[in-house]
Design a protein around this ligand. Structure first.
Ligand code: URA
Length: 282
């Protein structure tokens, strides 16, 4: 592919992204000085940016500007965007957690991209020794763009801070899905297929000592199993050479507090491994 074709593809992708994010308002994106300078250097690609967006984009036309005002291209590119299209292989040296956040932010691989308020890529220490993986953002997470901040999140935070005596910021918390399914329904297999590559890349970058899968969706996705949490918990699993422990989802524990004892056993075993009190299981 020529450089020009590559840029055309990137520009088309950015246009589409900007159009969707604008949700009917005039699209605006700002360019960093470096990117603007690089585009100027391209010279021959100028028409790509000055041309109006190609159909079928049903966007409002850009606002009229004075002769001395910003050009159409400047209006189009008025907040930094990171157009990343190609799939990145887990462990690729060019990959980063920031890149994943940017990709998730513009992701429309499934229909949840149309209904979400915010994406929820995950948060925590980039080199966390422990990663918690949940199912999908709920209403509070969708509103704030952060994982486990609602009622279930309160319980998870207590488990981490009061139970494990760790700071929430020193672990990494994320979900299988990065967008909220409407009405908090269970993720569909298609949605999991679309979103799982982000999770795989996050885990490949963080390389934690232990993964803790919270609930059936996380456990079944990571372990490629259809078994129930009750069947998967109580033993170590091997996730690409990372020890993985399954426990109940905090939302389930809120509904079934009698199961908290078992969850606490699971968490204590995770702590024993983190503290070197038991040997690595493999
Ligand atoms: N439930 C989840 O699985 N994840 C969240 O982030 C919140 C609730």
């Amino acid at each position: 592919m020529s450089e020009r074709d590559l840029y055309r593809e990137v520009v088309d992708e950015v246009r589409e992204l900007v159009r969707r994010e604008a949700k009917g308002k005039p699209p605006r994106v700002a360019l960093s000085k470096e990117v603007a300078a690089r585009l100027e250097q391209l010279g021959g690609a100028k028409d790509l940016f000055d041309a109006p967006p190609a159909p079928p984009a049903p966007t409002a036309p850009p606002k009229a500007v004075a002769e001395t005002g910003p050009s159409y291209r400047e209006q189009m590119f008025a907040a930094p965007v990171m157009p990343v299209r190609q799939e990145v292989t887990p462990g690729d040296p060019s990959d980063s957690l920031e890149r994943i956040i940017a990709e998730v932010g513009g992701c429309h691989k499934c229909t949840l991209g149309e209904t979400r308020t915010n994406t929820v890529p995950g948060e925590g220490a980039p080199q966390a020794r422990l990663v918690f993986v949940g199912e999908a953002p709920g209403a509070d997470e969708d509103r704030l763009g952060r994982p486990f901040v609602g009622r279930a999140g309160g319980l998870l935070t207590d488990i981490i801070e009061k139970g494990m005596k760790l700071a929430r910021a020193e672990v990494f918390i994320c979900n299988v899905l990065k967008c909220r399914p409407p009405e908090n329904r269970r993720p569909s297999p298609d949605e999991v297929d679309c979103c799982e590559p982000y999770l795989i890349r996050q885990l490949a970058l963080i390389k934690p000592t232990v993964i803790c899968a919270l609930g059936a969706t996380a456990a079944q996705t990571l372990l490629k199993s259809t078994a129930l949490v009750g069947q998967l918990r109580g033993r170590w699993h091997n996730y690409h050479d990372i020890p993985l422990r399954v426990t109940y989802h905090p939302a389930y524990l809120l509904r079934s507090p009698g199961e908290k004892v078992k969850a606490w056993e699971d968490i204590q075993e995770v702590m024993r491994l983190l503290n070197g009190q038991i040997p690595r299981p493999f």
